[in-house]
Design a protein around this ligand. Structure first.
Ligand SMILES: [Zn+2]
Length: 168
């Protein structure tokens, strides 16, 4: 199918679809291509090349190829849609924010209600376990090896949740 912008002897512009250019030529030769406004069969194809447009009609002719005029807008939209950088933070769900708030609260509670013993933690935890130290709540740092040794001796330790934005 082909869309022609047509122009009649009375200066009416209109558009019409044809199977191909030969179909247009055939229908026009038999007087079947008529202006929908005045019914005149004295029609012709409007000049499509903008450089050859005449007077005020030039603007209408330029507006005809709709696909061509919309293409640049679609092309400029693509880079915006493909921009991925800020999405992971923006997509953090309400649920995840809630979990993080809970972890932060647990951590704050433990820290507020236990003694900080720093890197003495593993040694003190073991002494408490063996009854050499009075039982109390403590928190501090332990190396992975120290934690593994405590767990192997069935000394209960709980890792404090560390939030990604607090790690440094
Ligand atoms: Zn007409």
């Amino acid at each position: 199918m082909i869309l022609y912008r047509l122009h009649c002897a009375q200066d009416h512009d209109f558009e019409s679809w044809f199977r191909d250019s030969a179909a247009y030529d055939g229908q026009k030769a038999r007087g079947l291509v008529t202006c929908p406004v005045c019914g005149s069969a004295d029609v012709d194809k409007a000049i499509m090349a903008p450089a050859l447009g005449r007077g005020t009609r030039k603007r209408d002719v330029e507006a005809v190829p709709a696909e061509a005029s919309s293409a640049p807008a679609a092309a400029t939209a693509v880079p915006v849609a493909a921009e991925p950088s800020a999405q992971p933070v923006a997509l953090m769900s309400e649920r995840e924010q809630h979990v993080r708030a809970m972890l932060r609260a647990v951590r704050a509670h433990v820290i507020a209600h236990s003694d900080y013993v720093g890197d003495e933690f593993a040694r003190l935890a073991r002494r408490m376990h063996e009854g050499e130290e009075e039982q109390r709540a403590i928190h501090g740092e332990a190396t992975p090896d120290e934690v593994r040794a405590l767990v192997e001796d069935e000394i209960e330790v709980l890792p404090l949740p560390v939030l990604p934005d607090e790690r440094n």
